[in-house]
Design a protein around this ligand. Sequence first.
Ligand code: GLN
Length: 256
Amino acid sequence: MKKYLKSIIAMATVSIMALSIVGCGNGGDNNSSASGEDSSVITLATNAEFPPYEYYEGQEIVGIDVDFINAIGEKLGKEIVIEDMAFDSIIPAIQSGKADIGMAGMTVTEDRLANVDFTETYVHTSQAIIVNTDSDAIKSSADLEGKTIGVQLGTTGDTYAGDVTDKVERYNKGFEAAMALSQGKIDAVVIDESVAKALAEGTENLAVLDEPFTEEDYAIAVKKGNQELVDELNKAINELKEDGTLQSIVDKYIAE
Ligand code: GLN
């Protein structure tokens, strides 16, 4: 888990950097590739602010999603080119053809399904609640009602927090929400479970409640209608689930 601490600190200091920008927008052809004619390349849009799924280690983007997509790429004989961007730019990048796929600990939701297709899910997780241990005002999700909740902008935590309070504080990075909570500026943070644990572990007066707020699943987003790519990815995902590769990648980053 120490690894996360370092990466969270790095996240606060490293500015967003596009690793590589391949190709440019293309027309409405559903099977067109972000990499133009080069079908040996898959361009992945991500947001490398989300340990342990994707984050910077020095100049390099690493994490569960990165290892998993590289294993998928290996199976498909395709090179993966990663493009780092804001989380809420990922779906537009897929829609415009700037990226072939999106992977960023991205939860499958009805709203997103209106704009992109998803592969099979590869992680089952939850939205967790981080509290400030200087106060015991929030002991369960029922106590969140009407409280000031910090979230990462445009995430499922953002959506679900809005269901229980009007006071949602939106931050670009989960790290910033955790800092605000630690300083007593907000009452709680709702964010993906593994990220919550990493953030709480790095900060003295923060703790994650045992009770999850909601449950959800991550999958890879693909341009709407590109069933061929979804099928290809699903085949590789299933093989990597069955042969234990996915589990060993998760275990590498998440110490139970
Ligand atoms: N799982 C959350 C979502 O899909 C958060 C993802 C993220 O911030 N990278 O909205």
